[in-house]
Design a protein around this ligand. Structure first.
Ligand code: GLN
Length: 450
């Protein structure tokens, strides 16, 4: 049914980069056989899922939305892919994304721009915009994404679905094509909080293949989503994420969500996190710095595209030609920014300073969580913007992640749940919890999702 739905609507939504009916049906038959053989499969066995094209898949190509990986077939599964395969989920295909997860709209994809099912002239958010569009358009009941600065929560918010960034290290990065390694976090998309929790639980947990994986039990997220109560919980409204720059309809829906929390028995207080205002500029030094290092591996020798290798050129020339042709403008901008910020002479002033800001933000979170159990804010300052509106204005594009980035810099758990519409477009409520407090955001999210 989902393959038929994809065939019917994906021509206008453009959520997928790769769909392969036969491979999907073969996987589904495999799950039936395992079940028939008496194997105990998990609660999501047989449920179809779409994977962001940043997770390696042994039976499907993986491009990270880049020309430089066009046609690459990975020899292995990412841990997230492998665990979900083992749990009996069936892969529908690979979803569109901003190139190497750099962007907030999928307009930086080298292949296609995905469209928001609520209004096809608007973006579905990004970088995991194919995954959010697929779930919002009922092409898939579940999907995966990665959140480095907001790339799960922001697309979830603007397409009216649930998107969760787990605690950093709570989900494995093994086989996830790297953007910024100290920030990248795989997480689930679903149409309700309980579904997201079930998916979260199915792929999370310690992985020896990822050196930054947290060696602790997965927080009880499914139990928390089922509990769905906020009675007696202390909720902090982040003072800095309100006012100027927030669309009126976004602020109105956010305020209603806060009133609902109070009506359900939560104690709501205003909390100041003064350094959150510096999170965005610090992120745009740290993330490009890490990407400039990570993307050095695309050297025309190891994977994918190779340009100008006709015997007349040196390896360096082939490398330069390949990277010039294979990377898009945003990726090049970030590599240049990052290389500059890391260069001797500028390192202390830029990268070093940004890391210090990161510590200040961590202290803001710690101080806040001495007073409250969770923090809330709008997920994004505006609803989905029109395709093209911010395409030539990187700074306007970067603002989409204003509220989501603090949790990335510190590794905290954070979710976006739908909290109503503004002018017919979805608004998201962000709920943030301490590191390894993932269950709290599911508990609160399930109580207030709309
Ligand atoms: N939009 C942010 C960026 O462009 C975040 C992306 C992400 O979380 N992958 O870097």
């Amino acid at each position: 049914a989902h393959l038929d739905r994809i065939a019917a609507v994906d021509g206008s939504v453009n959520a997928f980069l790769h769909v392969d009916r036969e491979t999907t049906l073969a996987q589904a038959r495999g799950v039936d056989e395992r079940r028939a053989a008496g194997e105990e499969l998990g609660p999501l066995a047989g449920v179809p899922i779409a994977h962001k094209d940043v997770f390696t898949t042994a039976d499907m190509p993986t491009t990270a939305g880049s020309k430089i990986l066009e046609g690459w077939r990975p020899p292995y599964d990412a841990t997230v892919t492998a665990r979900l395969r083992q749990a009996g989920l069936v892969i529908l295909g690979k979803t569109n994304m901003d190139e190497f997860a750099m962007g907030s709209s999928t307009e930086n994809s080298a292949y296609v721009t995905s469209r928001n099912p609520w209004d096809l002239e608007r973006v579905p958010g990004g970088s995991s915009g194919g995954s959010s569009a697929a779930v919002a358009a009922y092409e898939a009941p579940l999907s995966t994404g990665t959140d480095t600065g907001g790339s799960i929560r922001q697309p979830a918010a603007v397409t009216g679905i649930v998107g969760m960034k787990p605690t950093y290290g709570g989900s494995s990065r093994y086989g996830v094509i790297a953007f910024a390694s100290s920030l990248d976090t795989p997480g689930p998309f679903a149409r309700n909080v309980l579904d997201a929790a079930l998916l979260h639980e199915a792929f999370s947990g310690h992985d020896v293949m990822d050196s930054t994986s947290v060696d602790q039990a997965v927080p009880p997220v499914v139990e928390a989503a089922r509990r769905a109560d906020v009675n007696g919980l202390r909720v902090g409204v982040v003072k800095e994420f309100a006012g100027e720059g927030y669309e009126a309809g976004v602020s109105a829906r956010f305020n209603e969500a806060v009133e609902l929390l109070e009506a359900l028995g939560a104690k709501v207080v205003e909390v100041s996190c003064p350094n959150f205002s510096y999170a965005l500029p610090a992120y745009y030094l740290i993330a490009p710095s890490e990407c400039s290092s990570n993307l050095a591996r695309f050297d025309a020798m190891r994977y994918g595209l190779r340009v100008g290798d006709d015997g007349s050129r040196s390896a360096e020339e082939v490398m330069a030609l390949t990277r010039a042709e294979g990377f898009g403008p945003e990726v090049k901008r970030r590599i240049m920014l990052g290389t500059y910020a890391l260069s001797s002479g500028y390192y202390d002033a830029y990268y070093g300073k940004a890391q210090q800001v990161r510590t200040l933000i961590k202290r803001d979170f710690e101080a806040a969580f001495e007073q409250v159990d969770v923090l809330v804010s709008p997920t994004t300052p505006t609803t989905a913007f029109p395709i093209g509106e911010r395409a030539d204005d990187p700074v306007a594009m970067y603002l989409a992640d204003l509220c989501t980035i603090p949790a990335n810099l510190t590794g905290n758990a954070a979710i976006s749940v739908p909290c109503g519409l503004s002018d017919g477009l979805p608004v998201g409520l962000q709920i943030m919890a301490p590191v390894l407090g993932d269950d709290r955001v599911y508990r609160v999210g399930a109580a207030v999702e709309r």
